[in-house]
Design a protein. Sequence first.
Length: 401
Amino acid sequence: MRLTPMLGPAAVAAIAYVDPGNVATNLTAGATHGYLLVWVVVAASLVATLVQFQAAKLGVATGRSLPELCRERLPRWASRTLWAQAELVVLATDLAEFVGAAIGLRLLFGMPVAAAALVTAAVSMVLLELRRRGRRRFELLTVAALLLVGAGMLYDVVTVGHQTAAGLAGGLVPRLDGAQSALLAMGIVGATVMPHAIYLHSALTRRLEPDGPARRRPAALVRRALRLDCGIALGGAAAVNVSMIALGAGLGALTAGAWSGDLADAHEQLAARVGGGAALAFAVALLASGVSSSGIGALAGDFVMEGFLGRRIPTRVRRLVTMLPAVAALLAGAPLTTLLVVSQVVLCFGVPVALFLLVYFCRDRAVMGGLVNAVATTRVAAGAAFVVAAAGLCLPVLLLW
């Protein structure tokens, strides 16, 4: 039995792990603390891999997405409440991703933020149309976007220099250095484990078995395929995130601490101190991050409404409605950094909900059948969920302090 038909969905979910929120947080961490927080990126990525594996397994085992299971097995009032918070998560995701794409377009073409917002909206609609024309095409495009972001960051890491293998290895030792590093560590965790990616991944894998829930393939084969898919995609995303910290550390050393992590300023510093090629690679990577993750957020929004409410509206109509707040904020000239902070605060409240719902269903043999979590897996997943939830819920307090 071939594994190939089950590979691909994790790459789509992985785009959420290299969105503009990750770029901003990791670059700032590298600029201000060098390699100190590399261990946080690695630990958060391991948790993310476990979480996405659970989400993928849930979809394959049940033939249902996580929102659909909530609608079928929870009281109606609970399903409606969960839908409301999930919609807020999708809106906040759109906000961060539109900001990143707008910055990328401005850096590349000098485009005003308002025009950049409209261009991003149009491109995200094109991505959704591509999804309608075939799953594989969409998955290949997201893999290309992930590779483009990684290639841009790696090129800049190499050209900027000022990195050391010893410094990178030292960053794998868990430690913090004051309140600011603790805040950035929580920000990295909050930007890495994304609630909308959980809903999305469970929906993408629910139809991998054409005859419904996974009963035709042996459970061991399914687990192996999903582990491979999540390992490759999330491992790639982790490498990209580590390269962002390395780039931030290199720029911080190159500028002797004069650069603090601002995205637009990073582009200027690269152009002035390294060259136009490095600045171009950074702008293209940021644009690819914002545009591709915006399309993924829109797709997640479709699955959220369909799952929690059991209703569908035309994709184009829904996309227009959900992106309006982000576009309106950019057209109104709201500060980009403030928009990013607000989006991360909202996302922090959505993380615990998605994680605990996932653990709740994956531990239940009546739901999961042969793909049910082992007791040890449930304990590890529950522990990780508590840690991530605590970090996520503390982050808004510190951000708004």
